[in-house]
Design a protein around this ligand. Sequence first.
Ligand code: GUN
Length: 298
Amino acid sequence: MQILNGKDASQAIKDSLKLEMAQMAVQGKAVPHLVAVLVGNNGASETYVASKVKACQEVGFKSTLIRLEDDISSLKLLDMIMDLNRDPDIHGILVQLPLPKHISEEEVINTIDPSKDVDGFHPNNIGRMILGHPSFIPATPYGIMLLLEHYKIETKGKHAVVIGRSNIVGRPMSILLSENRAQGNCTVTICHSHTKNIKEICQSADIIVAALGRPNFVTADMVKEGAVIIDVGITRVPDSTKKSGYRIAGDVDFENVAPKCSFITPVPGGVGPMTIAALMKNTFKACALKHYYEEAEG
Ligand code: GUN
């Protein structure tokens, strides 16, 4: 059994971005600028956004964190996004989800300029991804594909089971794994809350991506000997032995599943850092594309 170390793999990606940044600097081009919008003070969202801002600093991107009160009107938020869309110095915009109930996430996502949608959530980007056209790919599934690539894990012809059908992880993950490309060509099954025989389906999986947000859902009896296990879960579970009062729990019973599998991601330190690295790649790409189109226009 080998641990898929997301920290190492994400560092390798960030290091290669730093090299590309050095080239950009030599050419005197504007550096990537990511704007993160955080509405309210959800503890988990605060942590994720802070990691994204920190990663920008590490690779040499500019970043701006916009904090908004959780009672901001939908109209004001949409206006602000339209201002960010028009600002030529901004290359990437992300609005951290979830949003307060009175704001439509769909409307917010649809308002972000697709060329600045580094989360890859806009319907244009999702549609392009499904068609296999160049697009921004949602950071978590993109990060998982990069992790599989980093560890040269063979996926062709394998049965991949994705547990969870969210727009952010499960659905795009299933598309990417089934694509006709190096880290794809899987036969994919998506499981969700209405799936019957989930245990038997998982038992026939060569690759399991657990993205349902239920701690320890995937147990050893569900896993085939030698399977590859990707754990996307990041649930905060009360833990009085921790200073913070909680620990982060994955969707997989790591202790009992790990001895059975060929590769497994730990939580934390697996998928989480890869999500950040993928976001950095998307932000770099948004900036590089803008430079390209500006040059082409003369
Ligand atoms: N909430 C959970 N994951 C994500 C993500 O990848 N991007 C944004 N914007 N919000 C999230």
